[in-house]
Each structure stands twice: as structure tokens, then as C-alpha cells.
Design a binder for this molecule. Structure first.
Ligand code: SF4
Length: 336
């Protein structure tokens, strides 16, 4: 079990353009202690602790040691730690503290592998900085994961292809895919209001996330999360962008929709069709609020579903006495 502890922006000396620049991170030891106590009270038996939301590498080593010491009373239940951080500033002292405290996995934030966009986002590091950190952490024996984003300002499909190429080269332990959200009182919001930043449409962002997702699946790299949890976004502040509580479901549903639609059109299938599928993929076959079922019905294809012991992502289409096998990954090359 993973027990998340959110320490928003702790250790980050700047703000991305999509965050409120005036937010001051609470660095009081007593407040961090309260957050830890609250978060761990929800976790039982043995668990791994995830320190998320901040830039652990930016926390001065002496204070980082203090933060880990706040877990001392819980140590017997903690199997390991994982952290999320920017790849800078990386230094030996921090790595030593992380190792000593049983940190096994490090998630590096790398929204896009494009220096110009990173600069525009005010991330404060380059692709080269990221590679430097990634390689060092691997050498030090950590599992390294990557957090990428979709829907960023100036982002083109080519950037998404680059993200996939880098993921393929790096083979991280897992990835997370976050859609961009425009929050009020941020530089991004001002650019959005003035028309300087015009987001692409939601469906395009879904396709971009899907492209990364399918390629990760193809490479056997787990995608542990697509979308944002309530801890990661202040809902009242959302003014635009691509937040959706069912973002991951929508992306997977689009994958099934495109794979099946491709098969229906190749075999000129119309009328009643039975789709056999793993139980866990059933919601993705249906689509969010039955969107897929309705889209197919609008083109004269009427789906009946049958739960079957199939590997996830696979399906069998049964019509007119014939059976055809398919896979969500079938759509990977025709997406972009
Ligand atoms: S880089 Fe990370 S910690 Fe810093 S402002 Fe952006 S999201 Fe927050």
C-alpha cells in the first residue's frame, strides 16, 4: 500500500506558470509534522510512504534530515519511501540522506522534453539537467519514474512523439501523465484571458495522452496515473485546461473506441455486434457516460458486451458467426 503525504511546492524556489506565484510553502516543522500525522493516520499495517507535491532535491540537506526524522515514530510500519521532485539541484548529500532513509523510488517531473517549453513554464531546468539527474539516480540504484504532461502551451504533436522517444530510451520504472490545468491567479491564466495562450481542444489532449499511454503499454512500462487527484488541484480555482475527474477513464475509452472502430471499418461491420472483453475493461468499452456505445449506435453498430477471461486491453468481436481478435494497442500507429 502507498501512503501519500503531500507537501505542496516544498523545496521549490520558483513557481511554474500554471501555479499561483504568491503561494508560500509552509516550511514550519510543526506544520509538516501535522501533515505527516494526518496522512499516516489513514494508512494501516505496512505501507510505503510517498512524499509528493514538492521539490525534495531543493530542500536543504539539514532540513531534509529533519523531515525524515518526523517519520521515526512510524518507522516499523514503513516499508520504503518514494519521492517526487524536480531533477535539480541534485547533490551528493541529498542522495546520501535519501538512501539512508530507505527511499527506493524517485519520480522526476519532466513535463516535456523541449527546452523552450520548459523555459516558458518556468521549470528552471533543461532536458540535459534531467538526463544528468536520471542517469545519476539510476547509477545510485534508485528506481526512477517520470511525470509527463499533455496540453502545454506551444506543445505540438511532435513534442508528444519526443516524449515517447525519450521514455523508450530511458525505460523508467513507471510514468504518470498529467493534463494541464489553468488555475486562476496564475501567469498562465493571464495568458489565457488575454488570448495569448489558446489551449487545444479536449479531444486532442486525450489523443496525446493516449499516444503516450499506448506506447508505454507497448514497452511494458506501467502508467500508474492519468489525470489529477483532488490533492493535486484546487477545484474552485480551475478556470480552464483539461481537468476531468475521469480523465484516465476517458483516455482508455478513446483507445478502445478507436481500436474497435478501426476493426469495424476494416471488416465493414454493421448491425448487432458482440464484444467479449475483460471485466476491468468494460467501462472503457462503454465510454464515459456510455459515449462509445452511443457513437457506434449513431453509425448503425449496436454493441452487446460479454465478460470473458481475456487479458486486459484485448477483445474479441463476434458478428455473423465470425470472431475477430483485437487489442487496444492496434490503434497505436494510426493515432498521429
Ligand atoms: S516545479 Fe513542481 S514544486 Fe515547483 S512550482 Fe512547479 S509543480 Fe510546484
Amino acid at each position: 500500500m502507498l501512503c501519500p503525504v503531500f507537501l505542496p511546492h516544498l523545496g521549490c524556489d520558483r513557481r511554474c506558470i500554471y501555479y499561483d506565484q504568491t503561494i508560500i510553502t509552509d516550511t514550519k516543522e510543526s506544520d509538516i509534522e501535522k501533515v505527516i500525522k494526518n496522512s499516516l493516520s489513514r494508512c494501516h499495517q505496512k505501507y510505503e510512504v510517498g512524499l509528493f507535491g514538492g521539490n525534495i532535491f531543493g530542500i536543504p540537506p539539514s532540513f531534509l534530515k529533519k523531515i525524515f526524522s518526523l517519520f521515526d515514530n512510524y518507522r516499523e510500519n514503513i516499508t520504503a519511501f518514494r519521492i517526487s521532485t524536480k531533477p535539480v539541484p541534485i547533490n551528493e548529500k541529498t542522495i546520501h540522506i535519501l538512501k539512508k532513509n530507505n527511499v527506493k523510488t524517485i519520480e522526476l517531473g519532466m513535463p516535456v522534453f523541449n527546452d523552450k517549453i520548459l523555459l516558458k513554464l518556468n521549470r528552471g531546468y533543461s532536458v540535459a539537467d534531467f538526463y544528468n539527474a536520471y542517469e545519476l539516480l539510476k547509477k545510485e540504484g534508485f528506481h526512477v519514474a517520470i511525470q509527463v504532461m499533455v496540453g502545454l502551451p506551444d506543445e505540438e504533436r511532435e513534442d508528444i512523439s519526443h516524449t515517447v522517444k525519450h521514455i523508450k530510451r530511458l525505460m523508467p520504472s513507471y510514468i504518470r501523465i498529467y493534463p494541464l490545468v489553468i488555475l486562476k491567479d496564475t501567469p498562465l491564466y493571464n495568458a489565457f484571458k488575454s488570448g495569448e495562450f489558446v489551449p487545444c481542444d479536449f479531444n486532442e489532449v486525450v489523443l496525446r495522452a493516449l499516444y503516450i499511454y499506448l506506447n508505454a503499454l507497448f514497452l511494458n512500462i506501467p502508467v500508474v496515473k492519468m489525470g489529477l487527484t483532488d490533492n493535486e488541484v484546487i477545484k474552485e480555482k480551475i478556470a480552464g485546461g483539461f481537468y476531468h475527474p475521469a480523465f484516465g477513464n476517458i483516455v482508455k475509452s478513446e483507445g478502445f473506441y478507436l481500436a474497435l472502430t478501426g476493426l469495424f471499418s476494416r471488416y465493414d461491420i454493421k448491425g448487432k455486434v458482440i464484444v467479449k472483453i475483460n471485466r476491468r475493461d468494460e467501462p472503457h468499452l462503454m465510454g464515459f457516460k456510455r459515449k462509445n456505445i452511443e457513437r457506434w449506435a449513431n453509425t448503425g453498430i449496436y454493441i452487446e458486451r460479454e465478460i470473458k477471461e481475456l487479458p486486459q486491453k484485448e477483445f474479441i468481436v463476434s458478428f455473423g458467426g465470425k470472431e475477430l481478435k483485437g487489442n487496444m494497442l492496434d490503434t497505436i500507429d494510426s493515432l498521429f
